[in-house]
Design a binder for this molecule. Sequence first.
Ligand code: 4NP
Length: 145
Amino acid sequence: MKILMVCLGNICRSPLAHGILGAMAKAKGLNWTVESAGTSNWHVGHAPDSRSVRAAKKLGYDISSQRGRHFIAAFFDEYDHILVMDRSNFRAVISLATNHQQKAKVELFLADDEVEDPYYDDLLFDPVAQQIEKRCAQLIDKFSK
Ligand code: 4NP
């Protein structure tokens, strides 16, 4: 199983989901690959935002070795599930899909809600990390059935 987490910059939200679901899957002995990317190329090669690194650390996860990547259309065939943090980035990903099979792989990470972009609000990082951790536990059940 290969799962891709996507947000805008790939430095705040998707690195949290990448690190947390990856660690949970590993702890469960699941042979999953969890990775992440951004719909923008602004932070390619950059480490996650220090505020996300700190929020992850508080919950017991180390995301500091991740590096930013840009979402490319080749990822549609590489991953089984592409989970996107908000509707704007969902549209950006879907716009690159060329067939129904590719579109069907794309879902909102929270299914029917958005993970708010914490980039301009320091106080959002801890609640966003907690929201992402809670959803990751649900995703373990959802995708291991
Ligand atoms: P992310 O947050 O999409 O969760 O990684 C952002 C990161 C960077 C910017 C915006 C959102 N930015 O404008 O550079």
